[in-house]
Ligand binder design. Sequence first.
Ligand code: SAM
Ligand code: SF4
Length: 335
Amino acid sequence: MNALPPTLIDRFGRRVDYVRLSVTDRCDFRCVYCMAEEMTFVPKPQVLTLEEHFQLAQAFTELGVSKIRLTGGEPLIRNDILSLVKRLGRLPALEQLVLTTNGSQLQRMAKSLRDSGVKRINISLDSLQPRRFRQLTRHGNLDQVVAGIEAAVAAGFERVRINAVILKGRNEDEVLDLVDFAYRRGIDIAFIEEMPLGRILEHDRALSFCGSAELRAIISQRYSMHALGDPGGADGPARYFTLPGSTSRLGFISPHSENFCHLCNRVRVTAEGRLLLCLGNEHSVDLRAVLRSPHYTPDSLKQAIVAAMAIKPERHHFNHEAEPEILRFMNTTGG
Ligand code: SAM
Ligand code: SF4
């Protein structure tokens, strides 16, 4: 057996120190850009147990990973998720435990999440109009999500960030309202360009695509924005701006228009335990097979993770004008 390295480095010299764990592919919403209306989810026996998720997290942190994001699907509808969060919160080498949620369960869970060690939280919000919010999420209730955001603000996370996906013809007229919403609460907001993951029928992605430069032009009509250095580092690929007189930061995640693959420091694990080396490619390794092998040991898992670094692709090739090449939906991928 090869000696284990202290850190994960891929063949392009990028250090991987950030893992996104999708703890479930299921969700109580069906956002139009993320899922089809009718979805087939992974059968439960194929989904990793919470114990298996913990073993993964432990292995990654022992290989130098310092940041883990819980995502999904909707992570907060996974049964007993708080028990996993509490265990992760106690992992000695984990500096940043963070979470992405649709906010539907936050009113009752925000405080426990904070107390269990979650430092930062991202909450998706694409509209402030109840009917439109329902249309975009197909099942969501705006009041419930806004109450969840207020609960997160009250719980005292280091940072709360709204994530918004803007689609032409659907919610582009709400860009300034969404910025105002974050600004008034002193929380961050990031606009994410729609990515062509999974085949959706609800809208034509080539027509709905709204690039970050266009959004910046809209926002600069009301706010003067000051750039906060280059993307990368602790804040990941978002390009951040400060807004005057507020602690709010404004971010743009632009996988199409401002490729940031050279800065990539992350990998993802799907709810079934597939280690995905890139959001926009299918290169993956079946870690569930390692975890469930009769020969499993913590070291065999770490060896598999180290070996996987050799197939991390250099970059994605998203093209919103073509048919998606990646047929998995974002809920599988884990945001
Ligand atoms: N359910 C949680 C939520 O909605 O925040 C976590 C998982 S969700 C897949 C993570 C993030 O991915 C959300 O902010 C969502 O808006 C974003 N997302 C989903 N599908 C997307 C797509 N096709 N392009 C860009 N962002 C997408
Ligand atoms: Fe669910 Fe999040 Fe996907 Fe919306 S974006 S359907 S909330 S997983």
